[in-house]
Design a protein around this ligand. Structure first.
Ligand code: ZN
Length: 373
């Protein structure tokens, strides 16, 4: 059976890829295909790892953010351990069939949330010393550094060369993308390093099924808005929850992102709230939860009473004042939904792929059709 590599370059907007900077990735695209697909909304990391790994949208897998809030109990927590996923991942399915899997991630939480069934787990945050020795790897650099992604792809190459697991999922940290635009020297150097390792992996076996995609895009923003403060000041009793919220503050120090879940308390006059939200020029869309659930395939019970999306240059944030005008790079809105998909030896032809979710969806369907024969 052919081997599969699924690479998710965290925050890899289309502009980071080019013939000049990433020639090996572009070659894979010429041997197979290169197209633009869409991430799940909100365009944040956890939601999209869950979407890609399960081949389903959040209404099936249950993950709606990097952060969790239970309005009944008031319980709030980061999603960084097992137990949040309602659906099997492709890694679980392979493991059940006795096939070998590997999960490599710069961010440790990805391994904790998605790695329960995985045989070989490598994270730059909590490296296993014995495994590093066996794979001839140096100690990893800091998670939020320009070197961490190079390290994880070096690990990926060494692992595939040595063990060649049946299914490998390798993902990075978007620290670079949050800090450097595609045209900067740092971004080009960094992307060339990733590209170097992907080229080496491809050359090990041209029959390998390879998918290279992103969890979300990345865009410059110049307006941060603290909606909680704005709504408090107007007397609307709400809890605003940013699905992007996580512990990687080097990436987004104000937890700034393009989607916000708004939970309303009983006393709130909903028509007034909706009218106010719609009057704000930087709020692109206001969805009542049932509509948001339908449009974006989200679970209605876990997205607040309203879902609002920011325009292309705004992010909702936990800033000291209601508004802060500052240059940042971040994601989370509809404007970071477009992502690349480069693939060779894919299960279906290019035109079948619309969402990043389709990659694993088609692998699972293909496995089921083989079983049915
Ligand atoms: Zn991400």
């Amino acid at each position: 059976m052919k081997k599969t590599l699924l690479v998710v370059i965290d925050g890899c907007a289309l502009d980071y890829l080019s013939d000049e900077t990433t020639p090996n990735i572009m070659k894979i695209g010429r041997d197979g295909f290169f197209k633009t697909v869409k991430s799940a909304i909100p365009s944040v990391t956890n939601v999209n790892h869950a979407t890609i790994l399960t081949g389903s949208f959040p209404n099936e897998h249950g993950v709606t953010g990097n952060y969790y809030y239970n309005p009944q109990t008031g319980e709030q927590a980061f999603i960084e351990g097992p137990g949040h996923l309602k659906k099997e991942t492709i890694l679980d399915i392979y493991a059940k069939q006795g096939r070998t899997t590997a999960l490599l991630s710069v961010k440790g939480k990805v391994v904790h949330v998605f790695g329960a069934s995985v045989k070989t787990k490598i994270s730059a945050q909590e490296p296993d010393k014995n495994l590093l020795n066996r794979l001839n790897l140096k100690n990893p650099p800091a998670v939020s550094s320009l070197e961490a992604n190079d390290w994880i792809f070096n690990a990926c190459f060494n692992l595939i060369q040595k063990d060649d697991p049946d299914f490998v999922y390798c993902t990075t940290n978007d620290y670079m993308m949050h800090n450097f635009a595609p045209e900067t020297k740092q971004a080009k150097t960094h992307m060339a390093e990733i590209d170097h390792w992907i080229g080496k992996i491809y050359d090990l076996d041209h029959e390998r099924e390879i998918y290279i995609t992103a969890d979300h895009g990345m865009n410059p923003k110049n307006h941060l808005v603290n909606m909680q403060k704005k709504l408090d000041a107007k007397g609307f009793n709400t809890i605003c929850l940013p699905p992007i919220k996580d512990r990687y503050l080097e990436n987004h120090i104000y937890q700034e992102g393009g989607t916000l879940y708004i939970y309303t308390k009983e006393s709130v006059r909903n028509a007034d709230l909706v009218r106010y939200l719609n009057s704000l020029p930087f709020v692109e869309r206001v969805y009542e939860k049932a509509e948001a659930a339908k449009v974006f395939s989200l679970p209605i019970e876990n997205i607040g009473d309203y879902v609002i999306l920011a325009d292309s240059t705004t992010a909702f944030a936990e800033t000291e004042n209601e508004d802060k005008f500052v240059e940042v790079r971040t994601h989370g809105s509809l404007h970071e939904q477009e992502i690349p998909l480069i693939s060779v030896n894919a299960r279906l032809s290019a035109d079948a792929y619309t969402y990043s979710r389709d990659i694993v969806k088609y692998i699972i369907e293909d496995m089921e059709s083989i079983k049915a024969l």
